[in-house]
Write a protein that binds this ligand. Sequence first.
Ligand SMILES: Cc1cc2nc3c(=O)[nH]c(=O)nc-3n(C[C@H](O)[C@H](O)[C@H](O)COP(=O)(O)OP(=O)(O)OC[C@H]3O[C@@H](n4cnc5c(N)ncnc54)[C@H](O)[C@@H]3O)c2cc1C
Length: 457
Amino acid sequence: MNPRRCRILRDGPSGSGPILYWMHREFRASDNWGLTHARLLGLKSHQPVGVVFCLAESYLDATVRHFDFLFRGLEGTSRSIQNSGLRFFVLHGSPGLEVARLARQCGAGAIVMDFDPLRIKRKWVEDLLLSCQIPVHEVDSRNIVPCWITSERREFAARTIRPKIRRLLPEFLEEFPRLPAPRPWAESSTPPDFSRLLTSVKADTTVGPVAWITPGESAGQAVLKNFLSTRLPHYLLRNDPNQDVCSHLSAHLHFGMVSAQRILLELQEQSMQGEQVDSFVEELLVRRELADNFCAYTPDYDAESGFPVWARETLHAHRHDPRPVLHSSEELEHARTLDPLWNAAQTQMVRTGKMHGYLRMYWAKKILEWTPDVHEALRIAIRLNDRYSLDGRDSNGYTGIAWSMGGVHDRGWTERPVFGKIRYMNLQGARRKFDVDRFVRTWSACRKSDPTLPQDA
Ligand SMILES: Cc1cc2nc3c(=O)[nH]c(=O)nc-3n(C[C@H](O)[C@H](O)[C@H](O)COP(=O)(O)OP(=O)(O)OC[C@H]3O[C@@H](n4cnc5c(N)ncnc54)[C@H](O)[C@@H]3O)c2cc1C
């Protein structure tokens, strides 16, 4: 394993106790560099390895929909981990403090943890570092090229990060090693009961689980296999929301149940090439790693202050422009706007936990247009995305919303009311791209057949 994947947060010789891997972003047993690093440390020090999951009291706007997906996925993952001779711990409470407490209890020699640039996770790391004195290593297993290696600063746009990633890719696109069995733990453990955990979690139960997608590592591999053989050949049609050609991998990628590196290795292994493959790799590699770069180097990634200066200025200059219509957050949440396309997109997200990628841009820009100011627009868009999208609460979401409303990674366009120089989208433009009425019909029919959804006029 390339040692540059790992960042030492607290140095020192590994103590004599077991190695703990704190899994908080990459919920998978396979293709996981954090787990690989912990196992290598365990082999080097002849110590057993334990994997820790800690359930926080609350997590951003996560609902039962998200916890259900996570826990059902963790069932298989914890089983694979235990079958390979590692121990799996489930903790509850304030994650940094609880992991430190476990480390003290079992006399751990070192802690390895996932990298995540979101503020809530940086606070967990801070708590951990203040509460224990053993070495702490952070491993970036989400990005193929570790975020801190690609760039030490916030990148301007896809065109500035792309050559950096491309240059470093040969160094980091390596196969995951097969490792010998670790030293066993002295005591055996009982398998965690995730269905009980789901009933105890304090989360909004009004946003329920979805059935069209199955969580977990093997289900994620099945989605990938199916995408490569049936949808990737048509991926160039991806901006048409009526075509089912996208990968549908974002939920598994968000929960770390599938590794982006494995996807790229699979494309290589199957010698897949062509414009559609390049286009998919651009999203999976460049856009995705750009999003983590934005959140890592922009602590206020979810606020107007995180926008580039030109965008803040233009939005400020247009802050008193009359809006064509104002919609309350309830009207937006219940898809009761005057725009049938927007309502259909919102219904798709509420109903399935996923909105089509092209429509996400349109959806966010319309929220900017229909709310009193950008601060309120951001608040509503982030809340709705994090609450209903399975892949929400993710760097991609915060960056996508900042791109749509705040010109992040974009340039200025022709000036117009409300938006200023922020890129504008409208219904006529959407009609030129795809059959809007067909999409609206699909989701109105769906809405009418679902008594749990608000029925609008
Ligand atoms: C307003 C807005 C909100 C968004 N919210 C989220 C979110 O909460 N979570 C999320 O994962 N993505 C988000 N995106 C990015 C993108 O729309 C989704 O990743 C994509 O729709 C997921 O569907 P897919 O896996 O079928 O995509 P595919 O087209 O198959 O793409 C494959 C993978 O590439 C990555 N990707 C694709 N587009 C982007 C992008 N623009 N930026 C970064 N990575 C990308 C994702 O990991 C995706 O799973 C958002 C975009 C916008 C404009």
